[in-house]
Design a protein around this ligand. Structure first.
Ligand SMILES: NC(=O)c1ccc[n+]([C@@H]2O[C@H](COP(=O)([O-])OP(=O)(O)OC[C@H]3O[C@@H](n4cnc5c(N)ncnc54)[C@H](O)[C@@H]3O)[C@@H](O)[C@H]2O)c1
Ligand SMILES: [Zn+2]
Ligand SMILES: [Zn+2]
Length: 354
């Protein structure tokens, strides 16, 4: 092992149980397994899922955990089994860790890796710190291409692959098809950006927040519907000649928005669920049994990350448009305030520079 930085303590954002977090001194992580790498974080961000954890919605994340599952950085040290990276290499961190060898990894279903999956900032310490330990480094990190914009790449740790894999790929968006995306948060907007790879004829964005719908129009939505008046179904049917949307993407995670997708999906269409659901949802089979539809669910696998890296590098999409605020790591509590009050601050993604 060959550490660039000999320091033994670092600063980190630590979860201390529902509603409690602090920015504090913490032991610097060390290589534990031979396949580990220690990465010095240069940029990280906050996800809606971190807010879910702070609300106490995810019991898998226990008090004392460093939060964060997104970021880019520089390799500080590596275990003896790491062959793809060496100290000094600039890397993109995937929110999903993958051994590359288990049955699920061999199917490309990295989110269900038997010794990985979504563990960062959940069951092991995460990226909202000066350093992070990445297990299965060879297959969970990506080299940053020469000349790439690192802030853009932070959007590739989680939200771009999530919108693309769970929404666009599972929803089988086609040239000329119609797509409805319920929820215009960072994930819904990532689905909007990546749906355009396939040239659908219509992308209809639905949300309660006019300022997020305005962002959606700038990002390429052909139509927007503010559903706060309870008339989203009628509005969408009027836009699709009464047929509904070929792909209905759920990007909120509550029963009302999933049931809206059940009402707006076209015959032969697909409901592609992205949202994390904590409550049961009513499946209206009495209306859907003869509609030839499919419903998909997925935890992001990040199998599309190599492709997305090329697309971003070639400037085919610009994920930096999702970045609304920037903070230094020592102002991370302020960053949480801003991100947690998105309706007021109009925050989408906040970049935290370490
Ligand atoms: N499947 C996965 O692997 C995966 C990965 C990451 C995130 N997620 C989930 O994706 C979902 C979206 O994430 P996000 O970060 O964009 O969340 P967000 O909270 O920032 O955005 C949700 C959007 O939904 C809108 N909304 C809320 N209630 C609504 C309603 N009744 N009708 C219409 N719009 C409504 C909000 O105004 C907001 O713009 C979350 O549930 C998140 O946990 C899933
Ligand atoms: Zn996330
Ligand atoms: Zn695996």
């Amino acid at each position: 092992m060959n550490a660039i930085t000999p320091k033994s303590t670092m600063k980190a954002l630590v979860y201390h149980g529902p509603g409690k977090k602090s920015f504090e001194d913490h032991a610097k992580p060390e290589v534990v397994a031979p396949g580990d790498a220690i990465v010095r974080i240069t940029r990280t961000t906050i996800c809606g899922t971190d807010l879910h954890i702070l609300k106490g919605d995810l019991p898998s994340c226990t008090p004392g955990r460093i939060l964060g599952h997104e970021g880019v950085g520089v390799i500080d040290s590596v275990g003896p089994a790491v062959t793809a990276f060496k100290p000094g290499d600039r890397v993109l961190i995937s929110c999903v860790s993958a051994c590359g060898k288990c049955e699920f990894c061999r199917k490309g279903m990295f989110s269900h890796c038997t010794t990985g999956g979504w563990i960062l900032g959940n069951t092991i310490d995460g990226t909202q710190a000066e350093f992070v330990r990445i297990p299965h480094a060879d297959t969970s990190l990506y080299p940053i291409p020469e000349g790439a914009d690192e802030e853009a790449l932070v959007m590739l740790s989680d939200i771009l692959p999530t919108g693309f894999e769970c929404g666009v790929l599972n929803g089988k968006v086609q040239p000329g098809s119609s797509v409805a995306i319920v929820g215009s948060g960072p994930i819904g907007l990532a689905a909007l950006l990546t749906a355009q790879f396939y040239s659908p004829a219509a992308i209809i964005m639905i949300d309660l927040d006019d300022s997020r719908l305005e962002v959606a129009r700038r990002f390429g939505a052909t139509h927007t519907i503010n559903s706060s008046d309870g008339k989203a179904v009628e509005a969408l049917m009027a836009l699709t000649e009464g047929r509904g949307a070929d792909t209905a993407i759920e990007a909120v995670g509550i029963p009302a928005t999933f049931e809206l997708c059940e009402q707006i999906v076209a015959a032969g269409g697909i409901i592609a669920n992205i949202g994390v659901h904590g409550l049961p949802v009513t499946l209206h089979l009495e209306r859907l049994w003869d509609r030839n539809i499919a419903i998909t669910t997925r935890l992001v696998d990040t199998a599309s990350t190599p492709m997305l890296l090329k697309v971003v590098k070639a400037a085919k999409i610009d994920p930096t448009r999702l970045i609304t605020h920037r903070f230094k790591l020592d102002a991370i509590l302020e960053a949480y305030e801003t991100f947690g009050n998105a309706a007021k601050t109009k925050a989408l993604k906040v970049i935290i520079e370490a």
